[in-house]
Design a protein around this ligand. Sequence first.
Ligand SMILES: [Zn+2]
Length: 483
Amino acid sequence: MIAGLLGSLAFARPEAPRPTPGHVVAWRDAVDWGAARDEVVTTLSEYLAIDTVNPPGHEARGVAWLGAVLDREGIAWSELELSPGRSSLIARIEATGGEPGAGDGLCLVHHIDVVPSETERWSDPLQRGPLSGAVVDGHVWGRGALDMKGMGALELMTLIWLARLEVPLQRDVVLVALADEEVDNLGARQLAERWGEIGCSHVINEGGLGIRDALFDGQSVHAISTAEKGILWVRMHAEGRAGHGSVPHPDEAPSRLLEAMAAVQRHRPRYRLDDDIAQLLRNVGAHRGGLTGRILQTRWLVRTLAWSRLKAEPTMRAALHDTIHLTGVSAQISGSPNVVPSQASATYDCRLLPGTEPDRQLARLKILTRGIEGIHFEVLSQDPSNGSSIDDPLYEAIAHYAVEDRPWAVAGPFLSVGFTDSLLLRPVGAIAYGYVPFELSAEVAGTMHGHDERVPIEQVGEGLRRLLSITLDVAADPASSPR
Ligand SMILES: [Zn+2]
């Protein structure tokens, strides 16, 4: 959305692309892509029609369906129960060379649950509603098409194609379908506890994706999440004198809360250009070329000339500072306007840049409200930011196939402003990247968690080709070829 920044200037070519290895091309060419696209679209359509809305989740329904598909292909799988009706699935294709379970496996992760929908607000709830899986108007429709059964269908078919083609693997490839990403991340927490048994060093999960005309018209930016902001969820409590609504006193909880909230609201955050975002802008700038491109490749020029344009875009703005976001206020006793309650509270969702520890953010909130009596904080949840280096063959493969054969596309690392299960898997040793291999308009990408969630059919086919290519690149025996 910084199109027009200093006008449009001549193009310069970005860094030379690396070639696609011959064995990846050979294995990929062994697939009939017309039929493979139709099959993955049908697979996604069926997956979307399974009700795994969380709460309550019912992810065991998703596991049963995934399991039935894997059974038809002769791929072994196991179920990890979370609670009655809720479970995750693990399926594995073992390395043919090397040692099975050597600990260097590639894990294709997605979550089975989806968020609830305001069904009546969808444009055609009967024909293409949240649980329809309808394939109409060039799209596959349903809650989860983007977040993230779409990716789940690509992962499932990637595993199936490895099995069908009998690709010799130099590392295990493991499909993990998790319960409860959208509420408490219980599936990922359970997985993290037994991460050693999973035997994987690398994870591909949700995160970034490709957006058309993201920063400049005609350029698609494929953001690969390499890091996620940390979280601090707090409830700010105010306590004070209870009493009758007819006589105001200065030491009442609601007015104390209001004063404290105003103090927090007045806080002016410090903006910082995170290393990953600086790298993404460098790549975008190199791809774009010209003077605008040069500005984006230079940190201090970004901070002086492009800063206000970047901050005007809400997601980018959120990625540039520690956010303190008021998400709820509560101060009443059964709705009676004439009763002054002794307690009132506000909830804040703070998202933290790398380098800001949750404790430090809590201390910042305490300093902001210092001097206001009766205020204390309750921590609801906290996790520091974490990330994985871009200096890794898996990152390089994702970045390569994200833009392969499409000169209008550029890829780069990105700090996710929201968090995913990757935030829980990195601390137990996983190198995790978030990338859903679709290239979408901003409008279609915006249907995630919103109304009319959908994915273009052609992108489902392209997405499978990209994910299978990434997997072949980092897991197939490079000396292998189809018989
Ligand atoms: Zn998700």
